[in-house]
Design a binder for this molecule. Structure first.
Ligand SMILES: [Zn+2]
Length: 218
């Protein structure tokens, strides 16, 4: 049965995948990237996701969400569950969230998620619904630990990159950049190829900066 890794392109989800694959290999591993919002950083996030999946030859699926009607974490759970029920049945859902800030334990989040998944399944469609297990390979690790796991692989966590042509640089000022600086973790620059343009941006163009958008998981 498949193991579905949620990949945002941020440090946590990238470290989560690498830690698992380096220990257990890529058998049954598939990845889901949820595209949402219209911030310019999504270019870099998508490139990081594409890059790590290409390295390990992991099948990558993308779900585009044009608007987010619920809390971000709820949306990610809904996307993962929809994928499990409607595309490919998965035995395990693997999560890693920068939003938890490194070093936090996943227990409370997963307790909430299990309750939420149970309630999502209260519609009786005459189907036998088997919920996947929630797992994380980076429970309790600090941001420094995660950075060592990721090593030289691409990730993107800055909320408001400084963009010069194809070159993306971390701003050094957003909440995430400040946390990285405080934790002594380096956030590199990235050259972003054109084919990394998120679908939604390619349709609507880029219209706003997201300096204040601190609550999206990355
Ligand atoms: Zn930043």
């Amino acid at each position: 049965m498949k193991k579905l890794f949620l990949l945002s392109g941020g440090l946590d989800s990238t470290a989560n995948l690498i830690k698992y694959v380096e220990a257990h290999g890529t058998e049954e591993v598939i990845a889901l990237h949820v595209e949402f919002g219209d911030a310019i950083r999504h270019f870099a996030e998508k490139q990081a996701v594409t890059s790590i999946c290409a390295k390990y030859q992991i099948p990558l699926y993308t779900q585009r969400v044009d608007f987010v009607p619920v809390a971000d974490f709820d949306m990610l759970l809904q996307c993962a569950l929809s994928f499990h029920y409607r595309q490919i049945p998965c035995e395990e859902l693997w999560f890693g969230f920068t939003g938890l800030g490194g070093g936090h334990h996943y227990q409370a989040l997963f307790d909430y998620a299990r309750e939420y998944m149970t309630r999502l399944n209260t519609f009786d469609l005459g189907l036998e619904l088997k919920r996947p297990r929630l797992v994380s390979a980076i429970d309790g690790l600090t941001r420094k630990d995660l950075s060592e796991i990721v090593g030289g692989e691409l990730f993107w966590s800055c909320r408001n990159p400084i963009v010069d042509g194809e070159l993306f640089e971390p701003c050094g000022r957003c909440g995430t950049c400040r946390e990285y600086i405080n934790d002594g973790v380096a956030h590199g620059v990235m050259r972003v190829a054109l084919n990394s343009v998120p679908t939604r941006l390619s349709i609507h163009g880029i219209s706003k900066s997201e300096v204040s958008d601190e609550d999206e998981p990355s």
